[in-house]
Design a protein around this ligand. Structure first.
Ligand code: NAD
Length: 465
């Protein structure tokens, strides 16, 4: 379907994934409105680019504080839970993470914006780092605030105006986030468009200067092809199939706890979820016994009930996809240590634990994005590394080992952008958030990541004498 040119002819209809109850419809942006939004962002870009950095930082700090106000936080958390099913306490946690991360982003952006001056062979060379202009930020639904926020704040701090398109699954959360941000910024610096993939595609085709996208590999590929016509700068944060390697000397309680927690967090709908667990065959049975105990602690249910640790899947389509992966694993000989259960109303799916996962299974190759602990054994580290690296994805990974295992050395050979050793990967602001292979193109956060949103211009002049 192509977007409407006229005003608000279409709406987004969605349901609460925990109850199946219809949510209030949200009008889609028409093509005329989208063009007007991009034009407003363009008109505002010049003045924002020359606004003093500390004034930009203050505006973003104020935004972070406004989001942390208890009544605001509660209202947006409830909206997020109603739209995509995350337990309320985890929705609050996502929102609470925004303000404390702000100072780190400000520090990196401040460093990234400073001109660099050097001399060479009688010349003075100045590299100026200037805002790109207008950034399109296109977001997924699984972390509908924290994920776009990193890109939006980075783009704004570095002096760009933005046009934000939230996911069609979480348009109400996106709109409330945008209201708070817009309140701290000059008119036009932060625009919002709403709609499905067609509106995203129209934004990609519009006269923006950079596209900052988070979502699936297939959409990332479509965006890359479309952006080629204008040679538009891209930063793509895409999907993953993160491996976890557990060697025989590992602390098995810590490793199994991590495997379960990071396979089922947000119902497994996390780009850096543990999707594949490789365990040394010598410790497989002991590891699985702890996995069973840990899975038994997961409480699936109404995401608004205190103590519930896992809500429903975000949609029926997402639940069906996970069940298809599990059916395929069953047909290919996977051993179900824990069978999944489904129930309605809503899109509930309890965690599944499968061992004996083989490379021909969809569970081993495709992003599952569901609450599945998928385990296989390895004979030696070469075997584990060979299979961990045999993926088109390369987002995150973790390596668990103890005495005699050399987890550091193994981590150095994992082809992933972010690797944790005896822990999950780190999201520290000083380090880039980055995928390898099809998990991403370019990167954000860190000083170098901030420069994704800046255009270098080199000025050279002769030094007198
Ligand atoms: P998706 O690719 O279906 O959609 C993401 C966004 O792109 C939505 O706003 C959608 O409307 C828009 N879109 C769809 N088609 C488009 C097109 N042709 N042109 C422009 N925009 C278009 O992804 P999703 O289901 O919302 O999110 C889940 C995916 O996101 C998973 O693969 C997950 O791993 C990934 N993800 C990655 C990261 C990361 O940091 N690497 C973080 C969160 C999620």
């Amino acid at each position: 379907m192509s977007p409407d040119r006229e005003m608000n002819a279409r709406t987004i209809h969605s349901v609460d994934p925990a109850t199946g109850a219809a949510l209030p419809p949200v009008p889609c942006t028409s093509l005329n409105e989208l063009e007007a939004s991009v034009a407003r962002a363009r008109a505002a870009a010049g003045a924002w680019a020359t606004t003093d950095f500390e004034a930009r930082a203050d505006a973003l700090r104020s935004f972070g504080e406004s989001l942390a106000a208890p009544d605001v936080l509660e209202e947006i958390a409830s909206t997020m839970t109603a739209e995509m099913g995350k337990p309320l306490e985890q929705a609050r946690g996502e929102l609470r993470s925004v303000a404390p991360r702000m100072e780190g982003l400000i520090d990196r952006a401040r460093q990234a914006c400073v001109d660099e001056v050097s001399t060479e062979g009688g010349l003075e060379v100045t590299v100026q780092w200037r805002p790109m202009g207008v950034a399109a930020v296109i977001a997924p639904w699984n972390y509908p605030v924290s994920t776009p926020n990193n890109l939006i704040v980075s783009a704004l701090l570095t002096g760009n105006s933005i046009v934000f398109k939230p996911s069609e699954v979480t348009p109400r959360t996106g709109a409330r986030y945008h209201d708070l941000l817009r309140a701290q910024l000059p008119a036009g610096v932060c625009e919002l468009v709403q709609g499905e993939g067609d509106i995203g595609a129209a934004l990609v085709a519009s006269e923006v200067d950079i596209i900052a996208f988070t979502g699936s590999v297939s959409t990332g590929q479509r965006i890359m092809k479309a952006a080629a016509d204008r040679m538009c700068r891209l930063v793509l944060e895409l999907g993953g199939k993160d491996p976890m390697i557990v060697m025989r000397g590992a602390d098995l309680h810590a490793a199994a706890g991590h495997a379960v927690r990071e396979s089922v967090r947000n119902s497994g709908q996390v780009c850096v979820a543990v999707e594949r667990v490789f365990v040394d065959e010598a410790v497989h049975d002991e590891f699985m016994a702890i996995v069973r105990e840990e899975v038994a602690k997961v409480t699936v249910g109404d995401p608004r009930t205190e103590g519930v640790t896992m809500g429903p899947m975000s949609s029926d389509a997402q639940r069906r996809l996970v069940l298809e992966h599990l059916d395929d694993a069953r047909a290919r000989g996977g051993v179900f240590v824990q069978e999944p259960k489904t129930w309605d109303p809503g899109y509930f799916l309890s965690p599944a634990v499968v061992t004996g996962v083989t490379e021909d299974m969809r569970l081993a190759r495709e992003e599952t994005f569901g609450p599945v602990v998928a385990v296989s054994t390895f004979r030696d580290v070469e075997d584990a590394l060979g299979r961990a690296n045999a993926s088109v994805y390369g987002l995150g990974a973790s390596v668990w080992g103890g005495d005699g295992d050399d987890p550091e050395g193994v981590a150095d050979r994992v082809n992933a952008g972010m690797v944790g050793i005896n822990r999950g990967l780190s999201a520290a602001a000083g380090a880039p958030w980055v995928g390898w292979k099809q998990s991403g193109l370019g990167y954000t956060r860190s000083v170098a990541g901030m420069r994704t949103f800046l255009q270098p211009r080199t000025k050279t002049r002769k030094i007198e004498g």
